[in-house]
Write a protein that binds this ligand. Structure first.
Ligand SMILES: Nc1ncnc2c1ncn2[C@@H]1O[C@H](COP(=O)(O)OP(=O)(O)O)[C@@H](O)[C@H]1O
Ligand SMILES: [Mg+2]
Length: 496
């Protein structure tokens, strides 16, 4: 429902305290002003810089920059049968003051008698406890596709400036998640540059804006699944669940995958390749950085980030090493007065409730640090375990990196018993860098499975019977006394 419709309902039902959460005050104000005009309601606005502006009165006459006086001024607008609305911009800045809270309280109560309504317009929701029960919150949402299209049509007025059909769809995809003003800017820039609106220019601006907001960043890599050896079952699973297009039932939308595994097995690399492979944009959510931001803002930030992701659907949302960010959630009441616990709660409820086509891919190196609620089955489509690669997978990885680093394949390969893909890559890289045989380069490679043997073993036994296998179809089973696989690398004739 639009801001206008919700506002109408609440005002007609005589809710006298409203809090509009909006990133775009100008736009919200325009909508409110139109509504007031159509309904013949009186409207006054206030902000700290320009003071109070009442209809038909110039600022000099009223001119109060005092927030207390502003609240009281609404009564001068009251008429016997009419409705009056006072919009206070960025008033969250003043709600720390006891006098202001009291004045708001009194006004919200008195407003029921003379139909005067106080509206606080602010980018965040910070309602003082005293007023919690008296104020309702309305979210001013980011523009949807139709609104974005309307904005684009408003800007591209000349023939041929706005593409139609599938190209228009990609442009609107690219613009999803932008505010109205950001979308306007992106479209205008694109027009100036290319004389027509194009998706590339919109993407470029969008990644800048995401970066600026500090909540999400847009990952654009060139790797797809062909840059990863092995992991065949994981690749097939994700690809299949993401390629069922045209789903109409929101309950059957894919939700996401949790990748669990030994460091260096390609979890992050897989998550990064997924977007390119399935042609969806990849948004990176850095929970750690969100936590580090201003304490009171953390929950707001994560909600805002998830909202942007929702607006950008279909997309992939990538959280790397979630256990690092979430490990504090359980002990949060002692360490950070519950901030991480509340933020974690926000994330969990989004994971349960969201109906948007946002595919969450999260990676984790250590399940014991992850709050158990997170990995519960219904939140993800699958929890997949990435074990050390088997001999066939390793062979594929060797071939890939020998080729990539242009290494002579006609030489003995080192003993790679406990190696991960990362170690094969490191060995090839060193060999190419130092121009030494692989056997010599291997002397500088220390496999994680050896240095962290215990935690690898712990991870494997945890995953056994609980997770899907990344390499074989079906459930992962840890076979404690599996025969040490003998490795034999056949030479790929295409390498010379
Ligand atoms: N199966 C694989 N095929 C190709 N490269 C791999 C594979 N596994 C790991 N790598 C490489 O090893 C490096 C580290 O992998 P990464 O994805 O960061 O591991 P993780 O996130 O699991 O710790 C990356 O450069 C990645 O390309
Ligand atoms: Mg990683």
């Amino acid at each position: 429902m639009s801001l206008r419709n919700r506002l109408t309902e609440y005002v007609k039902a005589c809710f006298t305290g409203l809090w509009i959460e909006s990133q775009e005050h100008q736009d919200a104000l325009t909508e409110i002003a139109q509504l007031c005009h159509d309904e013949q309601w009186q409207l006054a606005t206030w902000d700290i810089e320009s003071g109070l502006s009442l209809p038909g009165v110039t600022e000099a006459d009223v001119g109060s920059h005092d927030p207390l006086a502003a609240i009281r001024a609404i009564n001068t607008l009251a008429t016997p049968n009419g409705t009056a609305i006072l919009v206070l911009q960025n008033f969250h800045r003043f709600t720390q003051s006891a006098e202001i809270v009291q004045a708001l309280y009194r006004q919200i109560v008195a407003g029921k008698q003379n139909r005067t309504i106080v509206v606080i317009l602010s980018p965040v929701v910070q309602i003082p406890t005293e007023l919690e029960k008296m104020i309702v919150v309305i979210e001013h949402h980011l523009p949807d596709r139709d609104q974005l299209e309307e904005i684009a049509r408003g800007i591209a007025t000349e023939e041929g400036e706005l593409p139609e059909g599938a190209e228009l769809d990609t442009i609107l995809d690219a613009a999803a998640g932008l505010t109205r003003m950001e979308a306007e800017n992106a479209f205008s820039l694109s027009l100036v540059r290319q004389e027509r609106i194009s998706a590339e220019a919109v993407w470029e601006l969008k990644s800048q804006m995401l970066k600026k907001s500090g909540l999400l960043s847009l990952y654009r890599g060139s790797e797809d699944f062909s840059s990863l050896g092995g992991l065949s079952s994981l690749k097939a699973f994700c690809k299949r669940s993401l390629s069922q297009s045209g789903r109409t039932n929101p309950n059957s939308l894919p939700r996401g995958t949790l990748l669990l595994g030994v460091p260096g097995t390609g979890k992050s690399a897989f998550a990064k390749a997924l977007g390119r492979e399935t042609q969806r944009p990849t948004l990176v959510l850095d929970i750690g950085a969100l936590m580090g931001s201003l304490v009171g803002q953390t929950e707001h930030n994560i909600r805002q980030a998830l909202r942007i992701a929702d607006a950008m659907a279909p997309c992939i949302l990538f959280c790397d090493e979630v256990e690092k960010a979430l490990s504090g959630a359980a002990s949060s009441s002692q360490t950070d007065s519950g901030v991480s616990a509340r933020m974690f709660g926000t994330l969990l409820s989004w994971m349960n409730d969201h109906r948007s086509d946002v595919y969450l891919i999260a990676t984790c190196n250590d399940i014991s640090k992850l709050p158990p609620e997170f990995s519960r089955a219904e939140r993800f489509d699958a929890v997949v375990f990435l074990d050390l690669p088997g001999s066939a997978e390793k062979q594929a990885i060797w071939e890939m990196y020998l080729k990539l680093f242009e290494i002579d394949a006609d030489q003995p390969l080192p003993e790679d018993e406990n190696w991960t893909g990362a170690e094969v890559k490191a060995c090839c890289r060193l060999s190419a860098l130092l121009d030494v045989p692989l056997l010599q380069a291997a002397q500088n490679v220390v496999p994680v499975a050896v240095t962290a043997a215990e935690s690898v073993e712990r991870l494997r036994s945890w995953a056994s019977g609980r997770c899907l296998s990344a390499n074989q179809p079906g459930i992962y089973h840890h076979n404690i006394d599996s025969p040490k696989s003998r490795r034999r690398v056949s030479r790929d004739p295409s390498i010379n």
